[in-house]
Design a protein around this ligand. Structure first.
Ligand SMILES: CC(C)(COP(=O)(O)OP(=O)(O)OC[C@H]1O[C@@H](n2cnc3c(N)ncnc32)[C@H](O)[C@@H]1OP(=O)(O)O)[C@@H](O)C(=O)NCCC(=O)NCCS
Length: 156
């Protein structure tokens, strides 16, 4: 059993790490088609925290991934009204990539979603994102694609 990562529910004060990830150019390069880095100023933290953590309405799940010492990334899913399904999200900070954390984090996210009663998980992923192979290796299959993105689906 690979137990190098633990799942951590961030406290409000821990949101500095999310801010650091979203503002890091290398971490966010996968998002280049939609502007790359994302501002996450402290003024936005409270409403974000309420929406994702406090009042998640069982439609949103958000956690940090932690190794022995540091926060290394985030896992999340949320219900998408248009898709009528849950969309997964995983980001590993660029500093911690290439160690298997992405793969392990995705497995953990799928297990948690399943435990929470979700039967199908989707991901919409930019067409040039190398992470597509990671998702396919872990049981996600292409549902359809547009010019910009591929929609992947996994039965949990
Ligand atoms: C996708 C992402 C989560 C992968 O994170 P990661 O921690 O680098 O993932 P892994 O280390 O598990 O795997 C990455 C690659 O490193 C390889 N690898 C795994 N362990 C390794 C190790 N110990 N040494 C060298 N390489 C390793 C894997 O085989 C994998 O190869 P691949 O490119 O063929 O898939 C990360 O790149 C990221 O945050 N990207 C931006 C966000 C994103 O695109 N998310 C997906 C859509 S929601």
């Amino acid at each position: 059993m690979d137990n190098r990562l633990t799942v951590y529910r961030p406290e409000y004060e821990d949101l500095w790490f999310r801010k650091a990830m979203l503002e890091d150019e290398k971490t966010m390069s996968y998002n280049h088609a939609w502007g790359g880095t994302i501002d996450f100023p402290e003024d936005d933290w409270q409403s974000w925290y309420d929406h994702w953590i406090i009042k998640n309405e069982d439609k949103r799940y958000y956690r940090y991934l932690k190794d022995d010492e540091n926060f290394v990334g985030e896992i999340a899913y949320h219900y998408d009204e248009e898709l009528k399904g849950y969309i997964a999200d995983i980001i590993i900070h660029d500093k911690y990539r290439g160690k298997g954390y992405g793969e392990l984090g995705l497995k953990i996210l799928c297990e948690i979603a399943k435990k929470n009663g979700i039967r199908v998980l989707y991901d919409d992923i930019a067409i040039d994102n190398k992470a597509i192979s990671l998702f396919k290796r872990n049981g996600f299959k292409e549902e359809y694609r547009t010019e910009e993105k591929i929609i992947l689906k996994k039965e949990l």
